[in-house]
Design a protein around this ligand. Structure first.
Ligand code: GDP
Ligand code: MN
Length: 349
């Protein structure tokens, strides 16, 4: 009976997707990747999979960003593989460097110490530039000024299920501003003072706190401490208007003034998560399930065999992390009293 129900709902869904195909909610949305020339092979693999699973149906443009010039081979090979237009962007130096006021000797001492403590990327300067760029600058690029939503996609990730609907249009139609797939807990040693900086900011600026916010997702004790849950930003779809707005920029500027991108190793994932959890309404945050997403070392794989079959998934559900007890994904649904989308039947088109 369950299977009959499921199949009915699915064919219903497929019908609606077809109706949906009129593209009435299509906007100026793009796929977006920050990548190095040396990652060409991994980028190409990702592009091929994502084209097969999603973009060959929708032909979104794909923008590639780099702190260096892309080389000719990269441009040629990747342009060939993208079904929309490919655009290659050189990031301006001021978006990928130290802001004024950073004590670089102190920053370098921090790197040595974090390296000795075996903190992931603790010794890396470029990783910090990357996290700062992804936190406060990508949305300021001239090339993105007319773009509405972006879908962030990294080299060397997998999409091992078909994505049978236009997620951008879905988000626009349902007033979703931020979408995630995986949710993890952060290594606290990378963000010792991020929580206090954040709470200080929102104490000073209570007008920026959304009414039906997502604070219970990030704090288990009514905002006293951070539970370290964050949306894993290597998979991320979001409204650029949110980032370009006054609220987010006031928050980023405050964080930048604290120097934590360099005196600690603040990641863009916790920064985005804290920002959206405070400043968006929880129902503006959307979970994108059933994509078979993989980014080392975590995988998403639908547990329902019918879904895996319908979506032609090529993944092992036994390896699913999304609903693992260490994952924070369940918490998002539990604390907000949202229905957990274990099956596609919960996706309402
Ligand atoms: P992780 O996901 O935290 O392990 O970090 P990654 O190494 O995957 O970096 C995150 C994203 O930024 C990936 O898309 C990388 O390709 C990109 N990235 C990281 N460092 C650099 C860099 O120095 N230059 C460029 N152009 N891209 C970078
Ligand atoms: Mn990565």
């Amino acid at each position: 009976k369950d299977l009959t129900n499921f199949n009915n709902t699915l064919s219903n869904t497929v019908e609606k997707i077809k109706i949906y195909g009129d593209d009435s909610a299509k906007g100026n949305d793009i796929l977006l990747s920050l990548v190095r020339n040396s990652e060409l092979v991994g980028m190409l693999e990702t592009v091929k999979q994502f084209e097969k699973r999603f973009n060959s149906k929708y032909h979104y443009d794909w923008y590639f960003m780099n702190d260096e010039d892309f080389d000719d081979v990269f441009i040629e090979v990747i342009s060939e593989a993208v079904s929309g237009n490919a655009k290659f962007i050189k990031i301006p130096n001021e978006f990928w460097s130290y802001p004024e006021g950073i004590d670089q000797d102190r920053a370098s001492t921090v790197r040595e110490k974090s390296q000795q403590e075996h903190i992931n990327y603790g010794g890396s300067e470029s990783y910090r530039f990357m996290c700062r760029f992804n936190s406060g600058f990508f949305y300021k690029l001239e090339e993105l000024k007319d773009i509405d939503y972006y879908w962030r996609i990294e080299p060397n990730v997998d999409f091992s299920c078909d994505i049978p609907y236009d997620v951008f249009q879905y988000m626009r139609n349902h007033n979703k501003k931020y979408a995630f797939n995986m949710a993890l807990t952060e290594d606290e040693r990378t963000i010792p003072t991020l929580w206090n900086a954040t709470t200080d900011f929102f104490v000073e600026n209570p007008k920026y706190i959304a009414k039906n916010n997502n604070l219970k997702f990030i704090s288990d004790d009514n905002g006293k401490t951070y539970n370290l849950c964050h949306f894993w930003s290597n998979f991320e779809i979001a409204s650029l208007d949110f980032y370009r707005g006054e609220k987010y920029n006031a928050y980023f500027d405050y964080l930048e003034s604290k120097g934590g991108f360099f005196y600690e190793r603040w990641g863009d994932a916790p920064v985005h998560t804290l920002a959206v959890s405070y400043m968006l309404s929880a129902d503006e945050i959307f979970f994108v399930g059933n994509t078979g997403y993989f980014h080392h070392p975590n995988k998403d794989c639908p547990s329902d065999v019918v879904i895996r079959q319908k979506l032609h998934c090529n993944c092992n559900p036994g390896k699913d992390f999304t609903w693992h007890r260490w994952s924070c994904a369940s918490k998002f649904f539990d604390v907000n009293n949202f229905v957990k989308p274990n099956t596609m039947t919960n996706i309402k088109y």
